[in-house]
Design a protein around this ligand. Sequence first.
Ligand SMILES: [Cu+2]
Length: 717
Amino acid sequence: MAKISRTLLSAWLLTLHVQLCTGRVEPLPSLPYDLQYYLDTCHGTGDLNDKPAELAFWGAMQMYVSKFCEENPSMTTSEKAFLQKTVTTSFAPISASGRGKRQATRPRLRKEIRTMTITERARYFNALTRLKRDTRLRPNIYDVLAGFHTGANMQRAHFGPAFTGWHRLYLWILESFLRLHDPEVTVPFWASVLDNEMEDPTESVIFSGAFFGPGVGLPTSGPFRGWQQINPATVFNRNVGGGQLYTYEGIDAILRRRRNSELLFPTAEADSNFEEQHGGPHIFVGGTMNDLNAAARDPIFFSHHSFVDQIWERFRYNQRAAGIPTETDYPWVPNDPRYNPAQSPTNITGFFPDGQLNLDYIQITGYSDAFFQLVQYEQVPTCPLCGGSQYLRCNPTTNRCVSRSIAEMRTANVDIDTLPGLEQAAPGRKKRLISYKENNVCHRKPFINDFSVNRLQLSTAISARQTHAMEYAYVPVKIVTKRPSNYKHFSIYSLYEKPMNGLGFKQELVNIGTNKPYRSCDKSLDSPGKIKIVAYGINHGAYSEEYVITDNRLAISESSGVIAVKMPTGLNPSEVMVAAFDSCGRVCRPYCKSDANMAHNSYFTGGVRISVTSPLIYGTSYGEALLNVWDIQTENMCPTMDYNKIPLTFFCEYTDNWIWGGSSRTGSGSGSTIGGKISVRALRTGRGRAGRIGVSNPRSPIRPSPLDFHNPFQIHG
Ligand SMILES: [Cu+2]
């Protein structure tokens, strides 16, 4: 009897809330203007045939959340003097005034880190640690430099033509400061293309104590052991295994081009989009590196960017050979709103706190040919010798060098856990640390990340969640996956090769589109489908990740997970952007509960508002969220899940639709796709793939840059 009335009640509730996500998890009618702008910029075309959705989405979110970051604190007079002197000295050979008297200084030679000697590696890591302990700038020089890559500077450094030049200058500055401590060191490059050739790149020697330290969690071993004690507020962590490392194919596509406009936003070609490719390793390293505003706290950032710079120099070499003037090939169209004004060739790079120093360098400085004389790169190691490195081997099948794994080195009895000559990273003086305001650089730490994506140690993740139980609300989500179209390992339940006649699968359901996967995706086609769910705060800076397993062998598979969002209060509902991707970077479409029938026209952008109005659909802990949807109380009954209590569902169907639509050409509020289909066809027709150079992209033609409007969410102090 009680059961019947409960059923009736739920049926009534369902009717009441039709067209709404019940339980106060509601889709936002439109996304914030600036977020929509970044989504438009980072994608650029109307469908997902030409780029992995995760890369485009990630880029847009990184730009959006930069507004929650804080800049470096103001400096004392002596700090300013020190910074000014060091930078002026290092830039003398580059700046225009120094042109005539460029000295015959020995070029800084940057090598692949696995081809360095043990001593060279130890000296590089020691110089980093000394910089981290050097309090001539507060809290220390390393952290101040890492703070350059945050907040407003993201506008100057990312998603535009300044990307390559800005990071080139940034590397130069870091290296110049390192050389205060050891005049011989240069920033080695991490050619992640060598790790990408491995069966499992997460096992690479790169993540051993003799190189960059552990790939999962805090730097508890390796060269940066002790960094947490030097400054607990800026410690980094990692969570290797997502995203995609550099591929030879991706690099070749870049090197085939001859103009920067073919590589850089907003006009980059899909297969040679340099900045987008560079995002893959950021996501792969995960943790702090996954958060662009904090990424430079992890020293692997600079070796990743050293490789980015090496690739760019190879590109410039080809430009020179083709007679193209490298210094002036800066893609810029005045008054074209797709170009961020912060990246005009004459705009400041913003490395130094505004108005505090009499020096800054303009964006086009990074395109200077002075670097051609000042920096040299070794080649990426090639077969058969692979740079003579014991950490690399030649794969005769591909004729490419491959990084060795930690296990391989152990088998060969090579010590991979320690690095001789490493200096102890003892904490600096306490007095200095106390004066450091903890929030002075971006403090938007990833919330859940100290477990391995690869191994899926979910229990660790759960305990990590519980430490934050008071601050976060936990929202259950459902994941429905369709068997990936390229999954060939198990054919019994195929929807493609052997249609399941009589089971009612329609062709349009099983054959929707070809969402572009990561290039390295073939390796990740294991039977468990790893679905990553991310939640970015859009009216606050919190971020969380969750991983859910589905079964790729099945035609349709279902699972559930819990996402953490900042706890809403009566006055401040929590607004978040949620998204889910499979391990190939393909996007899953978000639906609200009332759309449980999976009607194809009712997915939405994933922007949701979570408020405190009852009935609460979230829990105050991970466990409570689970208990909300699982009935384990009833005696003598097998636990049952009430799907009505799950407000969000992601359907991983490998669609090629761009789900964060909202093109300005539609005229309506961006992203208001609830109950209305994004007109993919319309987007496609407008999709110009005109000439390689110049203005070919019709997306977001009239949106002014977000710099031009007031930002209601700006957080200071
Ligand atoms: Cu950057």
